[in-house]
Ligand binder design. Structure first.
Ligand code: EPU
Length: 417
């Protein structure tokens, strides 16, 4: 078990370089097995979710090399084997192997994926995509056996623009015969990253990034090179840190368009930022205006920044209301923020944040990845020392978080307990 110890109230100045996006990399890696050759992916973040996917790749027989973010995957000796529950359970993205193996071998056996416990997170839309393309799905005790005599393109209408279902359907459709159309597709930048990767391998995908994606199936996919886009959620987390404590804090290797829903809200609050092509410079703001926020699919305000931004709302001068529309259980950070001195009421799907409040160090628990990020931000502005336990959740998604924050002036350390 690991915990983080943080001494609060240090000013943050210097530069933070953003890593490759977790939610892109975790899809690109399973997608690589659709290729019949060697693929190279650059800017892969060094986080534990990637180690779990590497474990799956190696279990399947792929040869994997990862050095300084450059990952080479040789899939020539891969075999279609049943991925053990203990490995697939480690993360949500393990189910991208479900679609990649189904696309490649027309048969897959796999357990329900893992992931942060932030809501029900069913996979019905993914299974609907598989079935529309001709697969038969059997489920017993959370184990899925999926077979297709032939995969044939079809018209998939998603009930909600699910990121996972869009990527899973895209992966299978790439190897299906004929045209697949995904309607009400998710538009997240990670989907564009995956589609570009598949196209580099020889797939024929158009419309990624819009709500209608068209995929003309191909028989073979070749090797290729691709790069993981910068992590917009990591960017947003450090931008929020900058709004709280920054003194000309530079955040570089970013795509500003991907975090516009956040930066526009910050401007509404009165935060001072200089946004350039691939970096921004941010300063802390003494008097923040309260705002209302609602999480939505991209390009709306991302649910993954909902917990981190709550810390900023505790510093606004007045009442802010935030509504979470994607997950039912993403307020597990709130009792801990209140223990630290915040004044937040949970009212169904909404929270009412009464600001401004001073925060004080406490012993708190990272119940999930973004709750952990939220508590780290709270600790950075709190008076005294905070201990965040269960920090493994955070290490799943934030590369070198200790070094990145220490380098800009934070006092933060990782302890084994
Ligand atoms: N949903 C269904 N049925 C489905 C699929 C989704 O009802 O078959 C519902 C979910 O329960 C949820 C909503 O649709 O209420 C959105 O789910 P989506 O499928 O879009 O989420 P996901 O693919 O499971 C990815 C990210 C999450 C991020 C969401 C939304 C990965 C590995 N995970 O999850 O990231 O919150 O999209 O943007 O890409 C995180 O990084 O902390 C994280 C949780």
């Amino acid at each position: 078990m690991k915990q983080m110890r943080i001494k609060g109230r240090n000013i943050l100045k210097g530069t933070i370089k953003i890593s490759g996006a977790k939610n892109s990399a975790v899809a690109l890696i399973p997608a690589s097995i659709l290729s019949d050759d060697i693929v190279t992916i650059d800017n892969v973040p060094n986080i534990s979710d990637i180690s779990a996917l590497n474990e799956i790749l190696e279990f399947l027989g792929a040869k994997v090399k990862l050095e300084n973010g450059l990952m080479t995957i040789d899939t020539k000796s891969i075999q279609n084997k049943n991925i053990p529950k203990e490995i697939s359970n480690k993360l949500r993205a393990s189910y991208y192997f479900m679609s990649a193996l189904l696309g490649k071998y027309k048969h897959v056996e796999m357990y329900f994926p893992g992931g942060c416990k932030i809501g029900a997170r069913p996979i019905d839309q993914t299974l609907k995509g598989f079935e529309t393309l001709g697969a038969k799905v059997k489920e017993e005790n959370n184990k899925f056996t999926i077979d297709a005599e032939e995969l044939i393109g079809g018209h998939v209408y998603l009930d909600m623009p699910s990121v996972g279902a869009t990527i899973n359907t895209m992966l299978v459709a790439t190897k299906a015969k004929g045209l697949t159309i995904i309607e009400n597709a998710a538009k997240e930048p990670e989907i564009v990253n995956v589609a570009t990767f598949l196209n580099n391998m020889g797939a024929k995908i158009t419309g990624a990034g819009t709500s209608e994606i068209r995929i003309m199936g191909v028989e073979k996919l070749k090797g290729c090179f691709t790069e993981v886009i910068p992590d917009r959620i990591e960017t947003g987390t450090y931008v929020i840190a900058g709004a709280l404590l920054g003194e000309n804090l530079k955040i570089e290797n970013i795509i500003p368009e991907h975090i516009e829903s956040l930066t526009l809200k910050l401007t509404e609050m009165g935060v001072d930022m200089d946004i350039q092509n691939n970096y921004l410079i941010i300063n802390r703001c003494e008097k923040l205006k309260p705002v209302n926020l609602k999480t939505l699919c991209y390009p709306g305000f991302p649910t993954d920044l909902q917990q981190p931004v709550t810390v900023l709302l505790t510093q606004c001068d007045g009442i802010s209301v935030l509504e979470e529309t994607i997950y039912e259980n993403r307020f597990q950070n709130i009792p801990y923020l209140n223990e630290m001195g915040a004044n937040i009421d949970i009212i169904g799907k909404k929270i009412k944040v009464n600001g401004p409040t001073k925060l004080y160090g406490a012993k708190v628990v990272a119940t999930d990845l973004r709750a952990g990020a939220c508590l780290i931000l709270a600790a950075l502005i709190a008076k005294g020392e905070t201990i965040v336990t269960d920090i493994e959740h955070v290490l799943r998604g934030y590369e070198n978080i200790i070094e990145k924050l220490t380098n800009v002036g934070a006092e933060i350390s990782l302890e084994e307990i």
